[in-house]
Design a binder for this molecule. Structure first.
Ligand SMILES: Cc1ncc(COP(=O)(O)O)c(C=O)c1O
Length: 380
């Protein structure tokens, strides 16, 4: 720790220097992240609530009322009425909390989830001493329903389906998964990425199967405003069908003004994320999200057509704005692109070059990326 106070300009200059080393979304060269530039109004809202803490909700009734409205709005977007929930730090916390609830409600330990699930489910099992039971994927890289049905038994706490897998953006058949889930077993859907994409794709006329609370068997959903919701980091949401379930993870905190406080994994909880999500959802409205998702899909299709011109095929036809390309040596290509200032990622299953076409990725940046890719493939 520094002994003496230091001049503010010096500190700020150091911060500027560090910030300059970070990659930024402006410029459209980061094509690997599931986050994007938050809306300006979301940033302003975040700054307004910078000192508020929903972990001590009795002091922040204003923040609490915004959270209630935000959860109700996301719940409605995802086919629910009277849905309970809270804003948490992201998909990881939402998934861990959902499994924590499932374990305490059922008293069971097994968690049945697809091989395509985000690594947060392995973290959750580790922390909660639960037993991961992995299910294979079909040809379309969604969960094998028959195998899930065989593996979900009386010792199962929760079955998990993914509405928008991290690597490919594939959407599990949640209705069939619900039918395969025994009574009394929790069905959690991880829509961390897809939650702010699929409802709008449906409005654009895409054939989007039900994946949310419109299916009566769905117990809970994770959805991240800090991904396609255009809010600030750290904004995740956990939505659950029954408010009472939060009691099963409740712990007394007599020193806090916790009246009405959500029982969450975090203690101190970021009201700024709630305000930013409220601002993003209010200022875009359904129409704004439909337009934005439509633009991302249009750029994704453009990227696919550029890939095909180079003779490269996708692993699956993109369901949403994630495109995985079958190339030889994806890691080698990723390294060469990295050296030119591009950030793309590599999917493991199957090994492929993964592009996440977020709102900051434009047609022009895709054109420049493919020009670079063409040079790399020709060994130039
Ligand atoms: C499907 C899915 N679930 C959960 C997560 C974890 O979200 P976070 O990084 O916000 O904790 C991600 C992150 O990419 C994801 O894609």
């Amino acid at each position: 720790m520094w002994e003496k106070p230091r001049p503010e300009e010096e500190i700020l200059a150091e911060l500027e220097k560090a910030l300059a080393k970070d990659y930024h979304f402006s410029g459209g060269r980061v094509i690997s992240s599931m986050c994007t530039q938050p809306l300006e109004i979301a940033k302003r809202a975040h700054a307004m609530f910078i000192e508020s803490n929903l972990g001590n909700a009795g002091l922040y009734p204003g923040s609490l009322s915004l959270e209630t409205q935000v959860i109700s709005a996301i719940g409605e977007l995802l086919g629910g009425k009277g849905i309970a929930g809270g804003i948490v730090s992201g998909g990881t916390e939402a998934n861990i909390t959902a499994l924590w609830m499932a374990r305490n409600i059922t008293g069971k330990k097994k968690v049945v989830f697809p091989k395509s699930a985000h690594f947060s489910f392995h973290k959750a099992c580790d922390i909660l001493a639960m037993e991961p039971v992995m299910v294979g994927l079909g040809d379309d890289y969604t969960i094998d329903i028959d195998e899930a049905a065989r593996k979900a038994d009386r010792d199962t706490a929760a079955v998990v389906g993914i509405a928008g897998t991290t690597e490919l953006g594939a959407v599990d058949d949640i209705r069939s998964l619900s039918e395969a889930t025994p009574d009394g077993v929790f069905l959690h859907v991880d829509a961390a990425f897809g939650g702010f994409v699929l409802p709008f794709l449906r409005k654009l006329g895409h054939a989007v199967p039900d994946f949310d609370f419109s299916i009566p068997g769905v117990s809970s959903l994770a959805v991240d405003p800090h991904k396609m919701g255009m809010s600030t980091v750290p904004s995740g949401a956990l939505l659950v069908r029954d408010r009472e379930w939060f009691r099963r993870i409740h712990k007394e905190a007599p020193y806090l003004d916790t009246l009405g406080q959500l029982s969450a994994l975090s203690g101190t909880r970021c009201s700024a994320a709630v305000a930013a999500t409220y601002a993003a959802m209010g200022s875009l409205g359904t129409e704004g999200y439909v337009r934005m998702v439509g633009e991302c899909m249009e750029v994704t299709r453009h990227a696919l057509s550029r890939a095909r011109k180079l003779g490269i095929e996708p692993v699956i036809e993109p369901v949403m704005n994630i495109l995985c390309l079958k190339v030889d040596d994806p890691c080698g290509i990723q390294k060469k692109l990295d050296a030119k200032g591009w950030k793309v990622s590599v999917a493991q299953n199957p090994a492929s070059l993964r592009l996440v076409i977020m709102p900051h990725v434009t047609r022009e940046s895709v054109d420049s990326l493919f020009a670079e890719l063409e040079c790399i493939m020709e060994g130039k």
